[in-house]
Write a protein that binds this ligand. Structure first.
Ligand SMILES: [Zn+2]
Ligand SMILES: [Zn+2]
Length: 115
């Protein structure tokens, strides 16, 4: 959400300004998701999304950028987080070899026993 306003400092802001300007020159001012069009008056609501979610990856040809309005950008990121939460395998969680403690059939067995 307002994550861009937290931390980072001026160095980050300057860098972001750099690629945003470039992306705005490369691409039409249209949200890649909802096709909303932008002009100078509302351009601040158009943001640069990194397709691979790596803000350090800024190829000069813009291949990692996508222009998205604030809302679609938010959406895009919550989707990504959900993916990481439920499907991702690179969650930065403590890695300890877990014994096969979790038995997927435990619940089923309980059900069967009750009958
Ligand atoms: Zn949009
Ligand atoms: Zn993004």
């Amino acid at each position: 959400m307002a994550a861009d306003n937290m931390g980072g400092g001026s160095d980050y802001a300057r860098r972001e300004q750099g690629y945003r300007d470039r992306a705005l020159k490369l691409y039409p001012w249209i949200c890649g998701r909802c096709s909303r069009e932008f002009t100078y008056s509302n351009l601040r609501e158009l943001t640069v999304h990194h397709k691979d979610h790596n803000h350090e990856n800024n190829p000069p040809d813009g291949s990692n950028w996508e222009l998205l309005c604030l809302y679609c950008h938010d959406n895009e990121h919550s989707k990504y987080h959900e993916h990481r939460l439920y499907g991702g395998d690179e969650t930065p969680r403590e890695k300890e070899p877990e014994p096969a403690r979790h038995n997927p059939f435990a619940g089923l067995k309980g059900l069967l026993d009750k009958k």
